[in-house]
Design a protein around this ligand. Structure first.
Ligand code: ZN
Ligand code: ZN
Length: 444
């Protein structure tokens, strides 16, 4: 089967995962299909990335491999309490706040981190800070605590999750960055510092109540257009299509973008309206419920939508990771994609012991939407792999027989590529190319 080739990221030059295989362009959603008045995606249209990219520091690096069956209870407490000092954590936080001298701020952070074992991405500019990093619990939490001593950051939401087998990032990048999140055209002009322009944050509890009310309304009425209090809702997944593939809120449409940079919901002109879930939506009457992994993408994107006239914007405070930790996987299906070497995490990592609807979430339930990119069969496990062809490197979900047949490649074309890497067993991640190249040279 021929599949679309990867496109190249404008910022990093890396090859990205292109559109899904034709059979998967519109993956089947679980019933009930249309909880919300969401226009359907046209399967025929090729999406041309227009705006943002979150992939420049994507999850392709790093050597740590994830382990399943990990007992996270020892690592995750509130904010990481309960971790032993040897446990590694991934910590993330962001805050939009005016920083008068971001270069001085960066130096201050560098000084503090001397002697602390921290790796990851920490970006600072006049609009605030955005950080995801890993480290031994002691160091990882000490940095967050140190930051919170500064009154500008005292209320920052610090999120933690376990990092298996050491670091989840290859090195530390702590620097001034003009855009805290990659967006074509930059984000410096956006009014990110004004909370009135950003979407109204809903706590995980409030979010769950909203979603359950919407689901309940569907069950009662059986119709998508008769919703709670006659208000219309739209659940908007502000992430990438491949993130949706491993897990999403029930009823959320698959984003038709492979790079957040390309997100252009609500900006449609006529010809692309069919692929835009916000096209034709009543900007005054519809409640737009936006979610992403940690919240920053929604906060940014909501300012754009606000400028476009959308009046009722709500965001899940702290994103899905905060929700899973607080509420468990209620109305959530599958795993959560993360931008580090772990790639995706099951909800039990965030809130051990709690399951959807009080029942254990079994694999076949999750796998009804997760399909092999190549043959379309249902998958027992929600985990991406990179194409063995270095110059493709597409992230995709694959069944074991397709992995074997195509030797870890995403399509037959890639199996003939010059820079092929061996099939990776289990959950390992590819290492630097020279490792594989040197082995080949020794053989020849
Ligand atoms: Zn397959
Ligand atoms: Zn490939």
């Amino acid at each position: 089967m021929t599949v679309g080739s990867g496109s190249r990221c404008v910022s990093s030059g890396r090859v990205l995962f292109g559109p899904p295989a034709p059979s998967l362009r519109r993956p089947p959603l679980r019933a009930p299909l249309f909880l919300f008045p969401v226009p359907r995606i046209s399967p025929a249209r090729d999406w041309t990335p227009r705006v943002f990219c979150c992939c420049s520091d994507g999850p392709r690096k790093g050597g740590a491999k994830a382990r399943w069956g990990f007992d996270s209870s020892s690592v995750l407490g509130g904010g990481g309490q309960g971790s032993s000092e040897e446990d590694f954590l991934v910590v993330s936080f962001y805050k939009f706040v005016f920083i008068q001298d971001p270069e001085a701020e960066v130096s201050k952070h560098h000084s503090f981190l001397q002697g602390h074992d921290i790796r990851g991405r920490i970006y600072v500019n006049e609009q605030g800070i955005n950080a995801q990093y890993s480290g031994p619990a002691k160091d990882a939490l000490a940095y967050a605590e140190w930051l919170k001593e500064d009154h500008r950051f005292s209320d920052i939401l610090v999120q933690t999750s376990p990092s298996f087998d050491g670091h989840s990032f290859p090195h530390l990048k702590l620097r001034y960055k003009p855009s805290l999140v990659q967006l074509e055209g930059g984000i410096a002009h956006l009014p990110l510092l004004d909370p009135m322009v950003r979407a109204t944050p809903l706590s995980p509890y409030e979010w769950r109540k909203r979603l359950q009310a919407m689901t309940g309304a569907y069950v009662l009425s059986g119709k998508a257009d008769r919703l709670v209090s006659n208000r219309k809702f739209l659940l908007l997944d502000v992430r990438n299509g491949y993130e949706w593939d491993v897990g999403h809120f029930q009823g959320a449409q698959r984003p038709n973008v492979d790079c957040f940079r390309s997100t252009s919901f609500g900006l449609s002109d006529e010809e692309v309206a069919s692929s835009d879930p916000l096209a034709g939506v009543d900007k005054k009457q519809t409640d737009i419920l936006m979610y992403c992994t940690g919240g920053i993408r929604c906060d940014i994107y909501s300012t754009i939508l606000r400028q476009r006239g959308f009046q009722n914007l709500y965001t899940l405070s702290g994103g899905v990771s905060n929700y899973l930790k607080s509420e468990g996987p209620v109305t959530w299906l599958g795993n959560l994609f993360v931008f580090d070497s772990r790639l995706s995490l099951p909800p039990s990592i965030y809130k051990p012991g709690v399951t959807a609807n009080g029942r254990p979430q079994v694999l076949y339930e999750r796998s009804t939407f997760a399909r092999c990119y190549i043959c379309g069969s249902q998958l027992p496990e929600l985990r991406h792999r990179n194409c063995a062809n270095l110059d493709c490197n597409r992230l995709f979900l694959s069944c074991s027989s397709c992995v074997e047949e195509l030797r870890g490649c995403c399509c037959s074309n890639c199996t003939c590529a010059p820079r092929l890497r061996p099939v990776l067993p289990g959950h390992q991640r590819y290492q630097k190319w020279h490792i594989y190249r040197d082995v080949e040279l020794q053989k020849s």
